[in-house]
Write a protein that binds this ligand. Sequence first.
Ligand code: HEC
Ligand code: HEC
Length: 213
Amino acid sequence: MKKIPILTLAATVLFTACSIASASDLSKKCDKCHGKNGNSTDSKVASIAGFSTSVLHDILHEFKDGDRAAVKYKPKDGKKTDMKEITDKLSDKQINEIALHYCNQSFIPRKQPFDEKLAKKGKKLHKRKCEKCHSDGGTKADDDAAILAGQGRKYLEEQFHLIHTHDRIVPKKMWHKFKHLKDKQIKELTEYYISEQNGKPIVNDADTCNPDN
Ligand code: HEC
Ligand code: HEC
């Protein structure tokens, strides 16, 4: 009789080990573009380390469902593709596992040159229009949105452009604040997010990564 629990235990251990192996194999493919442990070294590619599990889950499904415009990209030693083609090949289970994997990595904001004067103006603008949802200057993983502070300049510029031209659709409440922004203000906000938390890592606690939250 005692054999049953042991077998169950063995199966659980085996299953867990397989899940971990598959998430880390998959993450090697993601890291090819997104950088080691999801911290990008190419300014055009988003860092994805330290985003909450639920935000990563939602973003990956948005790409897969075609709800978010995907931008083509060619890594140095790979072929040109985009997040739509990549997520098309992922099962729901793989999406859950890879989301948990990147939540558990620390986000390291990029150090990049920025215009101090414009960043100061951007900070004020952010407080008035964006802080409500992108809290603590866009550094919080447990908001409903991606981390903005310390992303690469070219990535942010491109997303701002896609959002402004309405090629990337964002939630209505954000669009209301965003659609009237002038080019000059977008530049100020970009300089601000680039300047924020320069170099200071963002590390999540277990609550942020627990998929049951
Ligand atoms: C061929 C390169 C490439 C590979 C491989 C790749 N990505 Fe991406 N990913 C990109 C680029 C470029 C962007 C930014 C442009 C865009 O939004 O389409 C992006 C955007 C994202 C975003 C959105 C970030 C944000 O701030 O909103 C997430 C999340 C993401 N990728 C996760 C993943 C995961 C998980 C994998 C592995 C399963 C992966 N990517 C594999 C190139 C890649
Ligand atoms: C009512 C809440 C809300 C407000 C206000 C808001 N946002 Fe957002 N924002 C979101 C959510 C939610 C997302 C994630 C949407 C998605 O992935 O489709 C997002 C996504 C973004 C993104 C894309 C990030 C990425 O890498 O995927 C940028 C850039 C952004 N917001 C900038 C701003 C700026 C600048 C303002 C102020 C002018 C602002 N937001 C105001 C909720 C808000």
